[in-house]
Design a protein around this ligand. Structure first.
Ligand code: ACM
Ligand code: ZN
Length: 565
């Protein structure tokens, strides 16, 4: 078996280091002053009613976390771990004692479907009520997800300065909160740069703190195949290696790679562990197998999947490459089916991302198998769409059917509607397809107008890896996200309702390592979190930036490499 590269664990993140810091910092606890935090967090809660005359909730050594029902045991343990990390206090967790008075101030977690009763299902899922008094903090979620969101709000509200020298407290208040969008996501490309499972789990920690609920894992591309498929073992034996990495990330410069072989792939157990870890944090993992373009790693592993039969190499340049899966051969459908069956075995998500972007048609135009399939299907050039474009629509529909047979739905980039243009001339089934609009802000709106549910991820605003974006000073880069154009311009209410949410993306061509990844994510992810949670209305940048100062203290406390300049 091929061994995969692993990111060394920085000493600062080592549990022993954190434990030592905790022990040292606790020596001063006894005579410490009480410092009260603030509910001015990101994303901004919908309703915060302060009780200024009431005493705050003080977190002490005797504090407990009580939870009602087994489904909240994990949430309680995660909260205890976060509180310990933030305050140094080791909370004990226990199921809620029935008909018993609890003496010490306690945090209570429970689920009550009546919370957010009048909300639509997707908003209700994340809804919670938080009541803080001198005796208790009660977090009641409409679902477990809602409880987790309430816990994040609590953690972000804590005072963080001089941990261990102060006694932390929270102002008495009642909070009612729920998300605007049901899909609040982030995509990470692990093909151009392989990030190990530990790094992926840290990304999930970061998403959770921001109340995001979707991790889109871009697992395959021209530069490396990262997910093992038992039926096609060469995909990771061969397809996870490449001979070098381009110095520069343009197609022109890309021929000059560094000549250093790199590899990386997950085991199935690691993938299951990431899926479980994400679920514990209220996050759904949506895997992406990018079809039928961006397939060089698969073609290098199984050349018979291409139109010419190769030879092919896992790409050592970036950009859009001409060699793609052959749409004309029956064996391609067998490949897609067996891959997707194993993917669905690993990922329980309702949605599976099938890419569909940037698929040149030059090979299909010359390929006898593809042309024979076009004739068999009776496809013709029409409505501004070539017969090869239509062949792609046909192939994506077949892949979507494989998902539908197991009750799953396809997400695909907006290219599937009509390749390079924004006009609708594709045929994916609107019921079974979600469109991720990446090319322009209008891509998502056009999909919604055509009856598709859609996710807003325009590259000009939400591609956190974009070079021109990262060249901006941090404030401007952040404002580009926060001030992005309205999502809903020109849409009717019914069309606007089809926009499920928003997603930021990091393509990893120019991501050096984990620190660089965090630098590109933070603090812009806070702007995405705010807009996707509160809805892109009534923005108040001054207020947002003030709350961001506090959130950055949380980043600092968690040793995340946020962009500071
Ligand atoms: C994409 O950026 N090709 C989805
Ligand atoms: Zn072909």
């Amino acid at each position: 078996m091929i061994s995969c590269w692993k990111d060394p664990k920085p000493i600062m993140r080592h549990p022993f280091f954190l434990l030592a810091a905790f022990v040292l910092s606790c020596t001063a606890c006894s005579q410490a002053p009480v410092v009260t935090g603030t509910w001015d967090v990101i994303p901004k809660p919908k309703e915060v009613r302060l009780a200024p005359d009431a005493a705050p909730f003080v977190l002490g050594k005797d504090s407990r976390i009580f939870y009602e029902g087994d489904s909240l045991g994990t949430a309680a343990r995660l909260l205890a771990a976060d509180l310990k990390q933030a305050t140094g206090i080791a909370f004990k967790t226990a199921t809620l004692p029935v008909a018993k008075t609890v003496k010490a101030p306690a945090i209570h977690l429970s689920v009550d479907p009546a919370v957010g009763e009048n909300l639509s299902v997707t908003k209700k899922d994340g809804a919670y009520r938080l009541e803080a008094s001198s005796e208790a903090v009660r977090i009641t979620g409409a679902t477990v997800q809602g409880v987790l969101n309430g816990c994040h709000t609590l953690c972000k509200a804590l005072p963080l300065i001089d941990k261990g020298k102060n006694i932390p407290a929270l102002p008495a208040a009642t909070i009612r909160d729920w998300p605007y969008f049901g899909y609040r996501g982030f995509m990470l490309d692990v093909s151009r740069h392989f990030f190990d499972a530990a790094t992926v789990k840290e990304v999930i920690d970061i998403l959770a703190l921001h109340n995001l609920n979707v991790f889109h894992w871009h697992l395959t591309d021209d530069q490396g195949w990262r997910i093992p498929i038992d039926a096609w073992p060469e995909l990771t034996k061969k397809g996870s290696w490449r001979a070098g990495t381009p110095f520069e990330a343009t197609p022109e410069d890309g021929e000059h790679h560094d000549g250093v072989p790199v590899s990386g792939c997950y085991t199935k157990d690691e993938i299951r562990e990431v899926v479980r870890y994400a679920a514990d944090h209220g996050i759904t993992v949506i895997p992406e197998i990018d079809l039928p373009g961006h397939m060089m790693a698969a073609l290098a592993s199984y050349p018979e999947l291409g139109c010419t039969g190769g030879p092919y190499e896992v790409a050592t340049r970036y950009g859009v490459l001409d060699d793609v899966l052959c749409a004309g051969k029956e064996s391609t459908l067998t490949f897609i089916k067996t891959v997707l069956e194993e993917v669905m075995d690993l990922f329980p998500s309702e949605y599976i991302h099938l890419g569909g972007d940037e698929c040149p048609k030059v090979r299909w135009e010359q390929c006898p198998d593809c042309q024979a399939k076009i004739r068999e299907l009776g496809l013709t050039d029409a409505d501004g769409k070539s017969k090869e474009n239509r062949l792609q629509s046909w192939l994506m529909d077949r892949a979507a059917e494989i998902l539908a047979a197991r009750g799953r739905k396809m997400i695909a980039w907006n290219d599937v509607l009509c390749d390079w243009s924004d006009s609708i001339c594709g045929t994916p089934d609107p019921e079974g397809t979600i469109i991720a609009g990446w090319m322009r802000p209008s891509s998502t709106r056009i999909a919604a107008q055509a009856g598709y549910r859609a996710v807003f991820c325009p590259c000009g605003y939400l591609y956190f890896s974009a070079r021109e974006f990262n060249a901006l000073p941090v404030q401007e880069a952040l404002e580009r996200v926060y001030d992005m154009p309205s999502l809903f311009d020109g849409l009717t209410e019914a069309e606007a309702d089809r926009i499920l949410g928003m997603q930021a993306c990091i393509w990893a061509e120019r991501v050096a390592d984990r620190d660089d990844l965090e630098w590109k994510l933070l603090p812009r992810l806070a702007a995405l979190a705010e807009l996707s949670w509160t809805g892109p209305f009534g923005r108040d940048k001054k207020d947002f930036l003030e709350r961001l100062d506090r959130l950055e203290e949380v980043y600092e406390a968690r040793n995340w490499n946020w962009r500071k300049e």
